[in-house]
Design a protein around this ligand. Structure first.
Ligand code: NAD
Length: 375
């Protein structure tokens, strides 16, 4: 039986990276029938809406989807399609794993944490207005409910339990935002009591950012509200190798939509230059969701080996100073084909090779090497 999966190519680099994921999906042999539906800027220009009802209908019917990034105009213009999708379909849990792959492109080869972000309310509820006629003051409403806080905290603890993770850290700002942050904190503490086998702790958002940059290996699962989760997941993407390698999943009670953390990177659109790994790792998560564990593991290992070998990698992974630095960065499509070629050759029992350049071959950069700072 083949699986019908909704595919939203999206804007900017979206069509290129989703096409890359399809190339790898074909190599796995998993029978997937893609139902392609367009959303975003181009549809807006043609149909006057960036999110036609057929997109929501397709996702409601298929219950699983793969999505490329969608542009949101800054300051004015149409409302975020991404936020609308999450709210309309009640995709309340945004799961964003940050794993350092092969020790490449990161200063933190041991990073392996997961950000669980509440995706339907908070400061992204879209409730904002001008306070006066002159537009000299604005107000955004931060909606935090007991119901949404409880289900996201429960989701984080259930995820930790099912995936052998040991600790859940709640991130909030309850010292300043005593009502909204305080409610989230209270609910987290109550939910945590039901999971005695999992360690629970809390951090204020500002301290969390500092702790993550200093010692990310001490964190496991982070659970937080919408805006803090958006910012933390980009920070964690940076820890694990950059936006080009950071996948994500949006999960509801009976629906799953997989999308990378990165945006539509308009400056690289149409150049076959973007890193396809984030979208390919979304495919890995999608295959796990459909129950194809072995195929998912093969995709992950094929990505890992391609990055470890560093012969066919895109510009963001081909940084000067690393060992095996390729002289010429590869294209998005060439990297996808290389990963696809490896999918059926990977040895599922072999140990994953890792380059820990922090112990020697690090790029010569940073304040310690900055001659301008010498007296
Ligand atoms: P962005 O993620 O598009 O780009 C940030 C930086 O990362 C840029 O330097 C970009 O070139 C680089 N980058 C991103 N993805 C990459 C990849 N796959 N390979 C190599 N480099 C990559 O963020 P932005 O510039 O803030 O946003 C651009 C647009 O994307 C905006 O309209 C924003 O609203 C939208 N956006 C959409 C989503 C989504 O659809 N879920 C998420 C974030 C941003």
């Amino acid at each position: 039986m083949s699986h019908r999966v909704t595919l939203i190519p999206g804007d900017g680099i979206g069509p290129e990276v989703t096409n890359a994921a399809r190339i790898v999906a074909d190599a796995t042999g998993v029978p997937i029938e893609w139902e392609v539906v367009e959303a975003g800027e181009k549809v807006m220009a043609k149909e006057g809406t960036p999110l036609p009802s057929r997109v929501l209908e397709s996702l409601r019917k298929n219950r699983v989807g793969l999505k490329g990034p969608i542009t949101t105009p800054i300051g004015s213009g149409f409302r975020s399609v991404n936020v609308a999708l999450r709210q309309e379909l009640d995709l309340y849990a945004s799961l964003r794993p940050a794993r350092a792959i092969a020790g490449e492109g990161t200063r933190y080869p041991d990073v392996n944490l997961v950000v669980v972000r509440e995706a339907t309310e908070g400061l992204y509820s879209g409730v904002e207005h001008w306070v006066d006629r002159d537009h000299s003051a604005g107000e955004s409403i931060n909606i935090i409910t007991r119901k949404a806080s409880e289900r996201i905290c429960r989701f984080a603890f259930d995820y930790a339990t099912k995936n052998g993770r040991k600790k859940v850290t709640a991130v909030h700002k309850a010292n300043i935002m005593k009502v909204t942050g305080g409610l989230f904190q209270e609910v987290f503490r109550t939910v945590a009591k039901g999971y005695p086998a999992i360690t629970s702790e809390e951090r204020l958002i500002d301290n969390m950012c500092m702790q993550l940059v200093k010692k990310p290996e001490e964190y496991d699962v982070l659970v937080t509200t919408n805006l803090f989760g958006d910012i933390l997941s980009d920070l964690c993407a940076g820890l694990s190798g950059g936006l080009g390698v950071a996948p994500g999943a949006l999960l509801g009670d009976s629906m799953a939509l997989f999308e990378p953390v990165h945006g539509s990177a308009p400056k690289y659109a149409g150049q076959d230059k973007a890193d396809p790994v984030a979208e390919i790792l979304c495919l890995e998560l999608l295959l796990r969701h459909l129950g194809y564990k072995e195929e998912a593991e093969k995709v992950f290992r094929a990505v890992w080996e391609t990055i470890y070998e560093k012969k066919v990698v895109t510009y963001d992974l081909a940084l000067p100073g690393y060992t095996n630095w390729p002289t010429k960065p590869s294209t998005c499509s060439a990297m996808a084909k290389e990963i696809a070629r490896k999918v059926n050759d990977v040895d599922l029992d072999a140990p994953l090779k890792r380059r820990d350049w922090t112990s020697g071959a690090a790029p010569a950069a940073g304040l310690a090497n900055d001659k301008a700072l010498e007296a």
